[in-house]
Design a protein around this ligand. Structure first.
Ligand code: FE2
Length: 325
């Protein structure tokens, strides 16, 4: 039987014609009065957690493997014509260790070999945690044969492990390791003086040196006062701000310094820069070419690290071309 009204208490609901007009006696509650269930709400905390997890995954799993080749032209005053256009490769902070797999070191060296610069510089931190990894370098560097040779200095991680083991391994790979000494190489009619120092400020930290390992006076001793273009390999760019640098370079100017160490801070925030940069000079040595202490300093962001996190600061190898200013 149809059309029977349900008896309710209180006010009688007014019959409303259905949308189709099929059954005028069925009461239809207006949509506005229907109590809908609350839609699922995404809390702010949940959103932040997801965003943080995504950023962390990128910073740990993706960006550390985004190796880039940076090509930079460096204008130098009084550069001899024979050195105009000289291409210097830089590999820094390879950091072979449990969190820096061998394939990433191989990739960086292979990319450098393909870029075929005139000479290659290696600016420290070849291993982290254990010196045993140094034994891999003769094989790793075998493909690197620039026409003017490979030159290296040591870094703080090499001193924290074993700088002598690292040095021996590099020498076995035909790398000229400049530990507080220099080497002059003729290029055309010009002379390039490559100077290397051990890492700065290791007193009380290094397991192998009771005193700071850097010795610029010893590294420069006997080099010509003029007539050479001087290139300094100094792992830590802070070294150029040390009083000894100003003292020694008044007589023997250094035209270009190549450094690493800071890794660009590894995490760089827009506008703010790197929250943590291992330098006593703010953001000055956060990466790239800077003028400091009356010289040019190129700071590589490095290839690896002992903590595999990078954000807005991808790893790099560099090819620097000298130009007459
Ligand atoms: Fe490093």
């Amino acid at each position: 039987m149809t059309g029977k009204k349900i008896q309710t208490s209180g006010a009688e609901p007014k019959p409303v014609k259905s949308a189709r007009g099929m059954d005028p006696e069925i009461a239809v509650t207006p949509l506005a009065d229907v109590a809908l269930a609350d839609p699922p709400r995404v809390s702010r905390r949940f959103f932040l957690n997801v965003a943080f997890a995504a950023l962390a995954s990128y910073a740990i799993g993706i960006e550390p493997e985004q190796l880039t080749l940076r090509r930079v032209e460096i204008p130098l005053l009084d550069l001899p014509e024979a050195l105009d256009g000289l291409r210097i490769g830089q590999l820094s902070d390879l950091h072979r260790c449990p969190v820096m797999p061998r394939w990433r070191v191989e990739q960086a060296i292979s990319l450098m070999a393909d870029a075929s610069p005139d000479l290659v510089t290696l600016t420290g931190d070849y291993v982290s945690y254990w010196p045993d990894y140094a034994a891999e370098y003769p094989e790793l560097l075998a493909s690197l044969k620039p026409r003017l040779g490979c030159f290296a200095c040591t870094g703080n991680h090499d001193h924290w492990t074993d700088p002598d083991v690292v040095t021996d391994a590099l020498r076995e790979a035909d790398v000229i390791v400049l530990r507080n000494r220099h080497q002059i190489i003729p290029v055309g009619g010009a002379q390039l003086c490559i100077v290397g120092i051990d890492d700065v400020g290791l007193a009380g930290i290094s397991m192998h040196h009771a005193n700071p390992a850097d010795d610029l006076p010893a590294a420069l001793a006997g080099s010509p006062l003029s007539g050479v273009t001087r290139l300094l390999l100094a792992h830590n760019p802070d070294f150029v701000m040390e009083p000894v640098f100003a003292q020694e370079t008044t007589q023997r100017p250094i035209h270009l310094v190549l450094s690493g160490h800071t890794h660009g801070g590894q995490v760089r925030l827009p506008v703010l820069g790197a929250p943590f940069l291992p330098s006593r000079h703010g953001q000055l040595f956060g990466g790239g070419l800077v003028q400091a202490a009356d010289t040019h300093v190129y700071v590589s962001r490095g290839v690896g690290s002992s903590l595999p996190v990078r954000f807005n600061c991808p790893p790099e190898i560099s090819v620097l071309t000298l130009r007459r200013a």
